[in-house]
Write a protein that binds this ligand. Sequence first.
Ligand SMILES: C[S@@+](CC[C@H](N)C(=O)[O-])C[C@H]1O[C@@H](n2cnc3c(N)ncnc32)[C@H](O)[C@@H]1O
Length: 270
Amino acid sequence: MTEKDKLFAGAIPEVYERLMVPLIFEPYAVDLAERVARIKPLDVLEIAAGTGVVTRALAPKLDIEAQLVATDLNQPMLDVAHARQGDDERIVWQQADAMALPLDDESFDVVLCQFGVMFFPDRVKAYREVRRVLKPGGRFLFNAWDRVEANEVAHAVVEALEAGFPENSPSFMRRVPHGYADPEVIRADLVAAGFHDITLEALEKKNGPTTASDAATAFCQGTPIRNEIEERDALALAAVSEAVAEALKKQFGSGMIERRIRAHVVGAVR
Ligand SMILES: C[S@@+](CC[C@H](N)C(=O)[O-])C[C@H]1O[C@@H](n2cnc3c(N)ncnc32)[C@H](O)[C@@H]1O
């Protein structure tokens, strides 16, 4: 994990929200929000909330008396989330590193996290933090991407980048979002942090329909892949995005792309 792997700032949040969220995050946000709402929690903490796709799906399902603290490491992501959500007295937006939550012990019924745990440099430590802020019997719900090969568009993007930079390929995708895909490792980390009643479910969906060009822009410009490309050649972003779009067209055709995405959905009890 490098500092730039966690940097969702500059131009990234806007592209992330506009193109990445509908592409692969929305389908799982609906699922995670439904799982949380079924618990009927009153005190809810969201970590790594990003631009708020789960927050937006969850807020209408929460009790009028509920309180939702939505946090993320990167304030620019939360700024987009807050602007899109509008004012809701039940929601507090707070910058917070999941590795050291600035929150009281035993204060939440549920902690949720969509596609964030892969970014935590020490997952057992982060899970201990989650456990600390959960009330006894409280629930931790999160999801994590399966292997990149099980996510068709992401895999095609990775292969195109590897072909484009054969000596020094951008490795963010394999290392981070798809680098925590073994269910037994996830289970062991949760056990090490003191959780019990752990459930793991592989959930397959289709990406939101997209063009090759939008998918290439989403991955190359709306994620920390952007930081990796710019590190290699500060002026190459547009050309690399176009080359990736061409590779996607070659593989999936020039119509709308709607392919398999796959993640693990995880639950655990304090
Ligand atoms: C792939 S995005 C997911 C965002 C959002 N949950 C969604 O579904 O769109 C990963 C998020 O993790 C955040 N993040 C990275 N490291 C973090 C940390 N140590 N603590 C809290 N958030 C972190 C990033 O800022 C980013 O918003």
